[in-house]
Design a protein around this ligand. Structure first.
Ligand code: RIB
Length: 292
C-alpha cells in the first residue's frame, strides 16, 4: 500500500504584526521570515515524520521552488513526482500576531497550473488500496478524485481552504474527511461539535470523519460512534500548520494500523508541539519527540 499526497507547495512569507491589517489600513511589520509551507507540503512532512513513506505530487516554478523540494527530501518524503513549470511557485503572505494567530493570503502559482496530463502522470504508479490525500490548494481536484476512484484508491480530503469549488467535487468518493467546524458547517449547515459531526456523518455515510475543534480538541466519527480527543495545553507562538500537522499525523497513525483513539492522541500531541515553534513545515516534530 502506497500513499500519495497530491497538494500545494508554498513559499511562506511570514510577517510579525501587532494586529492584522484592517480595511484601508497600512501597517509595518516588525519582522519578516521565509518558511517552506503549503498545506500539501506541510502534510507530507507530517506524514513522513510520523513514520510512513509518502510520495508528494504537485508543482513548483523551475526558477524559485527548488528549496521546497529539498525540504521535503530532508523530511524523508519521495519527491520524484513533483513537476517543474515555467511560472512562479505558489506563495503565502502570512500575518502573525503576538498571540501566534495568523491571517493568510494565498497566491496559487504553480499549484494552480496542474493539468489533467500532469495529474495522469502523477497517478500512474498508484492503484487499488493506495491512499490519495488531498487539500484544496491545487487545480484539477475533481479530475484527480475521479481518476483515483477509477483506480480504487482510498481518498482522504482536508477541504481547506474552503471555497465554492468544493461543492463541485465528487465528495461521495471520500473515505476520510478531516476538517474544522467552519468547513464542516459550510458543507452541511450551521452547527458545531457533536451535532455537526453527526450531521456530516449522515450527509456522507461512506466516510469516516475527523472534526478539529482548535483548543477544544477534536471529534472522530469512526463509522459507529463519536470519539473525543482533548487538545494539549501549550504556550502558542505560531499556529500556522497546526491543522496540517494534525492531519498528517492522524492519517500516518491510521495507515500504520493505530486505532482511531491512538491516532487522534498522537496527532493532538504533534500539533501541540508544532504551535510552540515558528513557521509552517519547520515547526513539525519527528515521531520520537511526539512519543516522548
Ligand atoms: O496551513 C498552513 C498553510 O496554509 C501555510 O503553510 C500556507 O502556505 C497555506 O497554504
Amino acid at each position: 500500500m502506497k500513499i500519495l499526497n497530491y497538494g500545494s507547495l508554498n513559499i511562506d512569507y511570514t510577517y510579525d504584526v501587532e494586529h492584522f491589517v484592517r480595511d484601508g489600513e497600512t501597517i509595518s511589520a516588525d519582522r519578516m521570515e521565509i518558511f517552506s509551507g503549503g498545506k500539501g507540503l506541510n502534510q507530507s512532512v507530517a506524514l513522513s515524520k510520523s513514520g510512513v513513506q509518502v510520495w508528494h505530487g504537485g508543482a513548483v516554478g523551475s526558477s524559485d521552488g527548488e528549496f521546497l523540494v529539498d525540504q521535503l527530501k530532508e523530511a524523508g518524503v519521495y519527491t520524484e513526482l513533483i513537476q517543474r513549470i515555467s511560472g512562479k511557485t505558489g506563495h503565502a503572505i502570512i500575518q502573525r500576531n503576538p498571540q501566534g494567530g495568523n491571517c493568510i493570503l494565498l497566491y496559487g502559482g504553480a499549484n494552480q497550473e496542474i493539468t489533467r496530463e500532469m495529474a495522469d502522470k502523477t497517478l500512474e504508479m498508484f492503484g487499488r488500496g493506495d491512499y490519495l490525500i488531498l487539500q484544496n490548494e491545487i487545480s484539477q481536484m475533481a479530475y484527480i478524485m475521479e481518476k483515483a476512484r477509477e483506480k480504487a484508491m482510498k481518498i482522504v480530503m482536508n477541504p481547506s481552504p474552503m471555497n465554492g469549488r468544493i461543492r463541485t467535487y465528487p465528495l461521495e468518493y471520500v473515505d476520510w474527511f478531516i476538517l474544522n467546524e467552519v468547513e464542516g458547517a459550510d458543507l452541511c449547515g450551521e452547527a458545531e461539535g457533536e451535532t455537526l459531526i453527526k450531521r456530516l456523518a449522515e450527509r456522507f455515510p461512506q466516510a469516516r470523519i475527523v472534526l478539529t475543534l482548535g483548543s477544544r480538541g477534536a471529534l472522530c466519527w469512526d463509522g459507529s460512534q463519536v470519539l473525543a480527543q482533548r487538545a494539549y495545553r501549550v504556550e502558542a507562538v505560531d499556529t500556522t500548520a497546526a491543522g496540517d500537522t494534525f492531519t498528517g499525523y492522524f492519517m500516518g497513525g491510521i495507515v500504520q494500523g493505530l486505532s482511531e483513539t491512538a491516532a487522534l492522541d498522537r496527532a493532538a500531541r504533534a500539533a501541540s508541539i508544532a504551535v510552540t515553534r515558528p513557521g509552517a513545515a519547520p515547526s513539525i516534530p519527528w515521531k520520537d519527540e511526539v512519543d516522548r
